[in-house]
Design a protein around this ligand. Structure first.
Ligand code: GCB
Length: 605
């Protein structure tokens, strides 16, 4: 069990949450002298950068953009005297990829993994009615013992450099919000919810974990604030008459108020917005509230100009507007769990999320996503370090599920992206990861992973673990592109026929397909990289999708152009976006809009 609560920071009658976002002092530490020089008590210099943000794209020096190593942050925070007696926490939405937290010079905690929250409990050392110094040492080096996987090399000039085994820039730092929190010593720690529909009514079974023994009361309010159901006890059922269900683009949210009571006094109060809905896989169908759905949407990235992977509330809003405009209903949080605010928005807007743990780069090659097309055999899971990686992976699965399980938008867990499944060594690894997710999720949501190009019938040893088979396929791009598109279609159909012959009786979705396209490039007749080719490519893939009944979703790669490591395969980033990085449509966006607006939600149902 995690030693801190994953509940989102909120102010209620018993709790306080104060944002620490803003300008933080900042210092790189290439020589790793921070601790020795006493930076844990305060940083030298006057350099400041915004939090939340990636640090890389603010500066004009390449040595900073490409920096790999320790980076230090510092901020003073005033802790009010009236908070005395509560538990005082500093909560980081994420620190990429690992961090040590020092408060008033003392090391409080450390955390490994760059895309999930953690708390530093400073109750014992905090100074009330005074400023307290929060110092964080972040490290952004890549390894094969943590996810996402990669290496850190040293150049001949002594500078370190990140070598990701994945196709996105190694943006890092404090990329999500930081909160100072005061929580009662006896508090709500965790909430589990499960739903059952009974005619017009619904049963919401719940289990509340608290840090004490006092009784718990629950009240369910409808969107207008009317009391809809009540229950007492840490475990039980809320009966909802005439339940309004949470549906795609028709997202009804109830408010669940949880109180720990001492007679008539409230010890702690926490409130969660919930949506009543069920998700299951039945044969080749994906069912939401018992009705078949077809996924239309995107693999995305948290990625935008200037702030990099930093949470940007404006970009989030624009992205949801574009997804609505184009007729999408879903997204995969490729290749890491996104900022919590994005799930809250999806809950409100009625978007479906496949939530992905940062398990990307689990393939023994520097450019794993390229090696896919060569069919080269590697055995990533046979490394000596695999057991260490597995522990980090399981911990990330636990943190992700604890954080995201109560979002109605989250309908599935993606437990890996494009791992090496060609050797038997992958099987026990997969077994542990998939079983862990099942054990931790009371809703038993479908689990999946995105299969790389060479994970095909006869090669892939692990697809049987997936409740939904998710394919990343690039026929017409990495395989037989351009004038050979006709042969790409042949190969594509051959693969789909092979899957069909296996009779798996499971839904298939495409979690990636796409063609790099330069927003400014037009050519008639088409060439690869032109907007004309992106359209031809999509016409071909759409035809294939429509030919197989067991294909129940299409999430194109990618929503928008995004930054990657520089290299001969990337023109200042990956250009497979349907939108540019500035969130303007390429021509293909209109083609997809027409298709997705016409395809009913229960397409092939
Ligand atoms: C993939 C990866 C994704 C890459 C994409 C591409 O298979 O999952 O991270 O960006 O291919 O464009 O090559």
């Amino acid at each position: 069990m995690l030693n801190y609560s994953m509940l989102y920071p909120k102010t209620t009658v018993s709790r306080r949450a104060v944002s620490m976002d803003g300008m933080w002092k900042f210092h790189l530490d290439a020589m790793e002298i921070g601790e020795k020089e006493g930076w844990t008590e305060g940083l030298p210099g006057e350099e400041r950068i915004p939090v939340p943000a990636s640090f890389q794209d603010f500066y004009t020096e390449k040595d900073i953009r490409e920096y790999a190593g320790d980076l230090w942050y510092e901020k003073d925070v005033f802790v009010p005297g009236e908070w005395e007696g509560k538990q005082i926490l500093v909560r980081f939405g994420a620190a990429t990829h690992r961090a040590s937290v020092y408060v008033n010079g003392l090391k409080i905690t450390e955390h490994e993994g760059g895309f999930l929250p953690f708390c530093a409990d400073v109750t014992e050392i905090v100074r009330y009615n005074a400023h307290n110094k929060v110092v964080v040492k972040v490290n952004n080096e890549l390894t094969v013992t943590n996810i996402p996987c990669g290496e850190t090399i040293t150049l001949s000039n002594g500078k370190k450099m990140a070598k990701p085994y994945f196709d996105f820039f190694n943006y890092s730092g404090l990329q999500r919000s930081v909160y100072l929190m005061a929580v009662p010593k006896e508090s709500v720690f965790d909430i589990d919810l499960d739903y059952e529909l009974c005619g017009d009514d619904a049963k919401v079974s719940y289990e509340i974990k608290t840090t004490g023994e006092h009784p718990v009361q629950l009240t369910l309010l409808d969107a207008e604030g009317n009391k809809t159901a009540e229950a007492e006890g840490k475990k039980g059922v809320l009966n909802v008459r005439n339940a309004r269900l949470w549906n795609v683009h028709d997202a009804y949210l109830y408010r669940l108020v949880i109180r720990i009571m001492d007679e008539n006094e409230v010890i702690d109060e926490y409130e969660e917005e919930i949506g009543i809905r069920t998700v299951e896989v039945q044969g080749t169908k994906i069912l939401l509230n018992g009705k078949p759905i077809y996924l239309k949407g995107f693999g995305k990235h948290e990625d935008s100009d200037v702030v990099g992977r930093g949470f940007n509330i404006g970009v989030m809003k624009r992205d949801f507007e574009l997804m609505k405009w184009i007729g999408a209903n879903s997204l995969r949080t490729s290749h890491y769990p996104y900022s919590e605010e994005i799930y809250q928005m999806a809950d409100r807007e009625g978007f479906l999320i496949i939530d992905e743990v940062p398990a990307v780069g689990l393939f023994a090659s520097l450019m794993n996503f390229m090696e896919a097309s060569t069919g080269k055999k590697t055995a990533f899971f046979e490394k000596e370090t695999t057991p260490i990686l597995l522990q980090a992976h399981l911990k990330a699965v636990e943190e992700m599920i604890a954080r995201d399980k109560n979002h109605p938008s989250v309908i599935a867990w993606s437990l890996l992206n494009e791992p090496d499944t060609s050797s038997k060594a992958a099987v026990p690894y997969f077994k542990e990861v998939f079983e862990k997710a099942h054990e931790l999720d009371v809703q038993k949501r479908p689990r999946t992973f995105a299969l790389i190009m060479n994970s095909v019938p006869g090669v892939c040893q692990c697809y049987q673990f997936s409740d939904i088979i998710a394919l990343n396929r690039y026929y017409g791009w990495y395989v037989k592109g351009g004038y050979e598109l006709v042969d790409a279609e042949e190969l594509f159909r051959k693969e789909m026929d092979a899957w069909k012959d296996l009779n798996l009786d499971k839904p298939f979705i495409f979690t990636e397909y796409g063609a790099d396209t330069l927003g400014e490039e037009h050519k008639l007749p088409s060439v690869m990289w032109s907007q004309e080719y992106q359209k031809e490519y999509l016409e071909m893939t759409n035809k294939v999708f429509d030919s197989y009944d067991f294909i129940k979703g299409e999430q194109i790669w990618n929503f928008a152009d995004f930054q990657t490591t520089e290299g001969i395969l990337r023109v200042n980033g990956n250009k497979k976006g349907v939108f540019t990085r500035q969130r303007q449509p390429k021509d293909a966006a209109y083609l997809l809009k027409k298709r997705w607006e016409e395809l009913p939600l229960d397409y092939k149902g």
